[in-house]
Design a binder for this molecule. Sequence first.
Ligand code: G3H
Ligand code: 13P
Ligand code: ZN
Length: 342
Amino acid sequence: MALVTMRQLLDEAAKGGYGVGAFNVNNLEQVQAIMEAAQETSSPVIIQASRGARKYANDRFLYHLMLAAAEVYPDISVALHQDHGNGPDTCRSAIELGFTSVMMDGSLKEDGKTPADFEYNVQVTREVVEMAHERGVTVEGELGTLGGIEDGVGSGEVNLTDPDQAVEFVERTGVDALAVAIGTSHGAYKFTSEPDRDVLAMNIIEEINKRLPTTHLVMHGSSSVPKELVDTINQYGGEIRPTFGVPVREIQEGIKHGVRKVNVDTDLRLAATGAIRKAFAEEPGEFDPRYYLKPAREAMKQVVRARMEAFGQAGHAADYEPISLEEMANRYKQQGHQLTVT
Ligand code: G3H
Ligand code: 13P
Ligand code: ZN
C-alpha cells in the first residue's frame, strides 16, 4: 500500500519539475476513475475530500473508499487530503480519520464564506500546522480569496494574493503548501471569454515563486471546463451557459513557476453528467445504475488521464518509497516546519 504524505509527494514533484492533480471525490466511481487513470499513466495522485463530500458519503465510507484505492493500487503513491478545512476542528477530525494532509483555509471565516483578516488566517493556520506536523501530516494554507475578478465575487484586486504578504504568511505559519488567489473561482462559470493576463493573474505566481522558491504553490479552481464536455451536456438536454475555464497551457506555465498541486473537481462533474445524460437519452428503458455509471466513470477517467499527462505527473508513480507519518513527524521535530524531505 502506498499512502504518502502530500509533503513528500510535492517535494518529489518539485524535484522532477512537474505538477500533481488533486481530484475531489464523493463516491466510488470517482475514486475508481482517478485510480484507473493513475494506474494507466503511472501517476502519483492526490485524492481530496471537501467537508461536503465527507457529509455526503459519511466519513467512514469515504475514508475506506480512499483507503481501498491505496490498497488496490499498491504501486501508486496516493495522498489523502482534506480540501478547504474551515477550522482546526475539521482538520483535527480529518487527521484522526487518517488523512495524510489537510488544508486549513483561513482566508475565510468558519462559515466558509466571509473573508477573514490576515491575523485570523495566520493564527488558525499556525494552530493547524502545530497539530498536524506533530503527527507528520502535511498542511496547505490559503492566502487571498478565490472568486473571479469578473464574476463580482469578492472585490477584485484586493482579494488576489499579495506576494510580500505571502512571505510573511509562510514564515509565520510554517505551511508546507500555499494556495494562491490569481483570479480563478470554483465551479463551471469562471470566465466569460478566454482568460487573458488581466483576469488570470499568472504574474502573481511568478512573483511569489521568486520570493518563496521552496514553497509548493497550489492552484484552486483549475478546471478547464472543456467546450466538448459542456456541449455533450447541452446536446442531451442540459443547460450550461457559455463559459470558459483555466486553459491547461496556463496551468503548465504555473507549473514552471512553482505550482505543484492543481485542484480539479468541476471537469469530472461535467464529464460524468454528460455521459449520464447521453446514456439516459440513448436507452430510456434502462434502469440499472451500472448502465449509466459505467460510462460516467469512463468519461471521468479520460479527463483525469489527460490532466495527468498535461501536468507532467505521468510516469512518476513509483519513483520513491513512501516515508511514514511517524518518520515525517520526527523530521518536522528535528528540522522545523520548513524542512526538506528529499
Ligand atoms: O472546493 C470546491 C470543491 O469543488 C468541492 O466542492 O464543497 O461542493 O464538495 P463541494
Ligand atoms: P474547480 O471547481 O475548478 O474544479 O476547482 C476545484 C477546487 O479548487 C477544489 O478545491
Ligand atoms: Zn478549492
